[in-house]
Design a protein around this ligand. Structure first.
Ligand code: ATP
Ligand code: MG
Length: 330
């Protein structure tokens, strides 16, 4: 694969979970190892779109630290990629201001994730900032001239907005930005409660930072197949989150197939199956936990952000200069 410039990121809202691993972290690690130019953004401005307060900014600081530790623990390596904080590169705000002129309010109002957030958080009227979430995201991507954007399926509508804005900019003012492409990889991991998506806000997540005992407890309480009353009843593998996790994290897929077979025949009980899953997940998480511990003692997280900032600031300044010149603001 030709080497690409990649922009991806997370809002610092709390610890990452297995769903994040399957949906994005795994792909990021691959992109990193392939030697692409990967930028990972800690999107603190985006976090404020749900409400701005001193309490929130304090929380963001704590969550940023946890997020960075999660990155390091899974193997994202600041020596190979660039990790930076959105608010350290304020040029993004100016680019977002300019981009805001290239998209209509009804277009932004139709973005499905906005509707979901408004419904889930009971927001009747979105703030200008919340409505502008995808505009800011477009500016994030364009500022570093991102070509590929790994996103979960649920985020692809934002990338559509970014493509439209950038396309519009380029056709009006000349080619300044590459039109970013979505890289949709990985499945959506269901929650421990059987709901379609593992999500920390739904309380159905297994965190990358959970200890062994917590993982075991969460797994033993997992939703399986509600139609199966006795362990001798034939069970369903499809739509059963236990098997979704085994598919995603099982090192020994022959053994996973055996379990599937026995489950469908009704020759394995939930307890044995879940104990196996707990051991599989704990085996997967053990090295992540160890690295997290080491990094929490030894890693200079401020330095990682400082280096990221120093790397991105000149890129951002150059992009913004080109954008201003193209529009005729100089
Ligand atoms: P949560 O939804 O747990 O509160 P969040 O809101 O911080 O976390 P999202 O914005 O939902 O995270 O997702 C961040 C990225 O991780 C997105 O690219 C999304 O597709 C991916 N992701 C999150 N949860 C899952 C999941 N259960 N399965 C696969 N990918 C996921
Ligand atoms: Mg979410």
């Amino acid at each position: 694969m030709e080497k690409k410039r990649i922009l991806t990121g997370d809002r610092p809202t709390g610890p990452l979970h297995l769903g994040h691993y399957v949906g994005t972290l795994k792909a990021r690690l691959e992109l990193q190892e392939q030697g692409n130019e990967v930028f990972i953004l800690v999107a603190d401005y985006h976090t404020l779109t749900r409400g701005i307060s001193a309490e929130k900014t304090k929380e963001i600081k704590i969550n940023t630290r946890e997020l960075l530790l999660d990155y390091l623990a899974v193997g994202l390596d600041p020596k190979k990629i660039t990790i930076y904080r959105q608010s350290d590169v304020p040029a993004v705000a100016e680019l977002a201001l300019l981009f805001g002129m290239l998209v209509t309010v009804p277009r932004l109002s139709r973005v499905p994730t906005l509707k979901e957030v408004m419904r889930d958080e009971k927001i009747e009227n979105p703030s200008f900032g919340l409505l502008g979430y995808p505009v800011l995201q477009s500016a994030d991507i364009a500022l570093v001239k991102g070509e590929l954007v790994p996103v979960g399926k649920d985020q692809s509508s934002h990338l559509e907005v970014a493509r439209e804005i950038i396309h519009r900019f380029n056709s009006e003012f000349g080619e300044v930005f590459p039109e970013p492409e979505a890289l949709i990889k990985g499945d959506v991991l269901p929650g421990t409660d059987g709901k379609a998506k593992m999500s920390k806000s739904l309380g159905n997540a297994i965190m990358l930072s959970d200890d062994e005992k917590t993982v075991k407890e969460k797994v033993m309480g997992m939703y399986t197949d509600p139609t199966r009353v006795h362990s001798t009843d034939p069970g369903h593998v499809e739509g059963n989150p236990v098997f979704a996790y085994l598919d995603a994290f099982g090192q020994d897929q022959t053994k996973v197939s055996e379990f599937k077979d026995r489950y469908q025949k009704g020759t394995v009980g939930d307890v044995e199956l879940k104990e196996y899953l707990a051991s599989v997940l704990n085996e997967f998480l053990a090295p992540i936990r160890t690295r997290r511990q080491e990094f929490s003692k030894a890693a200079d997280l401020d330095k990682i952000l400082e280096e990221g900032k120093n790397k991105v600031l000149p890129i951002a300044a150059e992009t913004l200069k080109q954008a201003r010149r193209a529009i005729g603001i100089e």
